[in-house]
Write a protein that binds this ligand. Sequence first.
Ligand code: PAN
Ligand code: ZN
Length: 194
Amino acid sequence: MLPETDYPISITLEAASGLIHPCPNLVERHVSDLKAVFYDQSAAQRLISAGDPLVYEIRYYPFVTSKSDMAIAVTRILPGTVGDEFFMSKGHQHARDDQAEIYYCLAGEGYLLLDTLEGDFRAEPWKPGVVTHIPPMWAHRAVNTGHEALVYAGFYHLSAGHVYDRVEQQGFAQVAVRRGGLPVLMDRQQALQG
Ligand code: PAN
Ligand code: ZN
């Protein structure tokens, strides 16, 4: 007899809403939870004072067996901006340097921003159906540049670990902002200088 944890499990995922069934874990992040990562700190503070809106929610299911620890996390980022910077995930690196991740865009539009924090940067345009492989040590952040929710699933190992400090302190090389009504990527330093 195998241990109870070592039998196959199936769950369901609704692409449009990002809901999973069953959903044992739900995490909500409001502007105050990721204030430090927006380049316009006064705009972030104003939004927090005006009610601290929800930016995104994460629903995840851990598939833990006696010998493995894969998980699926489905993130739903709402449409919106902080100042002119689009709503986005906080962004992190994995603690372990041998831990990649696969992201699958399910609904909405935007970018997956990837930064080694050591000079390399990539922006992958996202629409439903795009699958992006995130190599180890690349910090990753999704940005919703559309008018609907951006929904994506991430497949990873729980033991990868999440490190947020370096992203918070340094920021990504580029930010996604709305200029003249359209989404554009610009250097963060340029954005900071106004
Ligand atoms: C994802 C992310 C999720 C939310 O499951 O954790 O999209 O982003 P933040 O963790 O940056 O708030 C993942 O990349 N897991 O490794
Ligand atoms: Zn990750």
